[in-house]
Design a protein around this ligand. Sequence first.
Ligand SMILES: [Fe+2]
Length: 401
Amino acid sequence: MNPTQLFDPTSHSYTYILFDEVSRDALIIDPVTEQLERDLDALRRLNLKLKWAVETHAHADHITSAAQLAEMTGAQLAAPVGCGVGTAAVQLKHGDVLRFGREAVRVLHTPGHTQGSVCFYWERKWHDPEEVPTEASNVPLGHEMRPDLRQDERHVFTGDTLLIGGCGRTDFQSGSAAQLYDSITGQLFTLPDDTIVWPGHDYHERTQSTIGLEKATNPRLADKSRDEFVALMDALDLPKPRRIDEAVPANQRSGRNAPQASSPARGEPALADGYAGDITPETARQWMDSGRAVLVDVRTDAEREWVGFVPGAAAVAWKQWPGMALNPDFDVQVQAAAEEGLTVMLLCRSGVRSIAAAKRATELGLTAYNVLGGFEGDPDANAQRGHQNGWRHAGLPWRQN
Ligand SMILES: [Fe+2]
């Protein structure tokens, strides 16, 4: 069974969803922030539980949605140890294995495009249907088990290390053409020839290749010596990636606090897509005091109970712990909190769930704002919250039981 391959046309990036057919545990590779809703929808449609959101490297051409996916699905973040992604709790080294149900991917450290770049190798064993528990017959429509496929499969997710008929550039972000040559020929090209290659990008509507095909036909590598490859890469003279200055730092925070189209100034909300806008905690406090809007805390009961709460805020959970399942009564409760069509301001831990909740409240006909930074704020370089932004950091009233 092939992985689910998803395409972002703006950055020509591929995102992949891999899953175990029985447990429905899933792993996503290189998700793109503009495609967050599409990816959440794919996970829902396939009835998957996202266990891992992983990166092949710190991208320069798009911003990841990994942190948002983690907030909304409970997935763990994993990124290569050499990429400076401090927000990923799991720092991947060569040979590490990430498990999802019966399936697992192995990390191949393949420096060259960037110093920390990795590929993910997925050796998918054929599971005899006789051994498959009965719930496997409940696979969603369109993803039936293929009775014709009775053999092991091998897949490699190559990020920007190896592309179809090409490879990632090596002229920025600690890249090295010589290292890239060694990584491709010494690691990727030693995988079995029938291993399917799933690239991080393609600019010509091609979707997949194989190791055997790339060895034989990739114009940068086939019959090229190391010196020839280095000379070829040195002569490319490519323009600087358009988004590198914003994308790399944002990706080193797993996409948290990605640059917004506009940012709030002097108490005015910043415009947003799908809801009324983003406001600072200070503005939220003023609007709350003046009666202009109702503050709605969408965190779980457990977070309010243990971490603290804002006196006077309405409690309407978006999801509940444990399990973080959506609150089935959210619609009714948020409408009740809004009273006579009042404006709502949604507050969560750090401003991710509150965006999802603000979009839903907007669909229900309310005027809904997101409170930037949430109650606890974003994690800093030490993965600690509360040191840089958020309601508590702003010194606004809160208390603990
Ligand atoms: Fe890249």
